[in-house]
Write a protein that binds this ligand. Sequence first.
Ligand SMILES: [Zn+2]
Length: 307
Amino acid sequence: MLDILIKNANIITMNDALPVIFWGCIGIENGKISFVSDKNSPEMQIAAERIIDADGNIVMPGLINTHAHTAMCIMRGYADDYALNDWLFKKIFPVEGRLTREAVLAGVRLGIAEMLASGTTSFSDMYFFEPDSAAVAAEIGIRASLCNSVLALGDDYDFEQDRAVIETRALIRDWHLAANGRIRADVGIHAEYTSRPEHWRKVSELAEKHNLVTQIHLSETKRETDECIARYGKTPTEVLNENGVFNTRTLAAHGVYLTKQDMDILAQRGVSVAHNPVSNLKLASGIANVTAMLKSGVNVSLGTDGC
Ligand SMILES: [Zn+2]
């Protein structure tokens, strides 16, 4: 017997040959779709433990939010009308330094509720208390790829004592591929401008050792890109690539200020770019050239960022 039979659904299949099935049905068994059929098929009559009458509503694959700081939904409306640098260093980082575990987890629950309400069933997250967030995501049943990113500010920075590194190791140990594979541990580098090459190489070693995805903010603002060129004589994409950050699968958020050469590097290295239009406009960061990225062969996905 099927676990679930969804009937009378207008099904968006994402299959080019058969894009939409009107008033069709979907059978689910052991957590997986076992068939998708039209309204005249015999499957429509198969017994199931639970029958859902979609009554003509749309059923489609879940949306994927590929760049989020989920708990930041509780800060929505705080620190509006700032450009990224002031927003981050003067407003957000000081507040985040005082956020309790309870506050973050309340934000994670609210953020996941918002995602599910919009049809988003999978998300990539970069924040704190990620092992606890993994437990919340596992309990709710959403799919999540989580990381706490390295932020190496200050001269006394100690990689092994960084809370991000300690949390990342715990996440890998306790949560990677947990909840039937729905939870994944990623590693994270906050951005080029908040850490140095020796830290990137250590994060990348961790990614390579455990075959993990690396999440990073990349060329989000003109200032970030200009300062990187002044520091290294290279763009963020070039300097990160030369230091091995793209050696494992990488998800780079933003890519607003990429050169054609940067796009070619990202395409060659298989780096995906999470495009966050609402965030980029809220912080007046700019408008990413998605068309040029796609023409260069870069895989582009969508994210909400901390909005
Ligand atoms: Zn972000």
